[in-house]
Design a protein around this ligand. Structure first.
Ligand code: HEC
Length: 113
């Protein structure tokens, strides 16, 4: 039988709301044709698909709330402002994600456990 399960479908299946933490991972975080943030970032245990990605720092609720929404948004819209040599794509400046998708990611990250 042919296997048709794509990575995105697999990731989406894992992104069911966690009873304990109730954090639904936005599609733009996991989908390869969107942010694909999980290629570089780990989330706290129990949130979203497990990954060993470590190109970017692990994203934790404590760190995100210390950064604050404005800094999180800036990091997603145009990380080259803070670090011109960063490998993280400028999702807003290059219009990879739209304003609503970025807003959703900001709220998701700010609410991480
Ligand atoms: C190609 C790898 C890569 C991808 C893909 C990527 N990032 Fe990053 N990200 C990084 C790196 C590396 C940093 C560290 C900042 C730097 O390079 O100056 C970072 C930093 C961040 C920070 C700041 C973290 C902190 O503790 O200061 C946030 C927030 C963030 N990324 C969110 C995201 C989101 C949301 C996505 C998807 C829309 C994403 N990243 C996709 C590599 C990546």
């Amino acid at each position: 039988m042919k296997r048709t399960t794509s990575f995105a479908a697999f990731a989406a299946a894992l992104a069911v709301p966690c009873a304990a933490q109730n954090a639904v991972v936005p599609e733009s975080f996991t989908a390869q044709d969107k942010g694909y943030c999980i290629a570089c970032h780990r989330l706290p245990d129990g949130v979203g698909p497990a990954t060993r990605a470590d190109l970017g720092p692990p994203l934790t609720g404590e760190r995100m709330r210390a950064l604050g929404r404005a800094k999180i948004r800036e990091a997603i819209e145009d990380p080259t402002k803070a670090n011109p040599a960063t490998v993280m794509p400028p999702y807003g400046r290059h219009r990879i994600l739209d304003a609503a998708e970025i807003q959703r990611l900001v709220e998701f990250l700010h609410a991480l456990p």
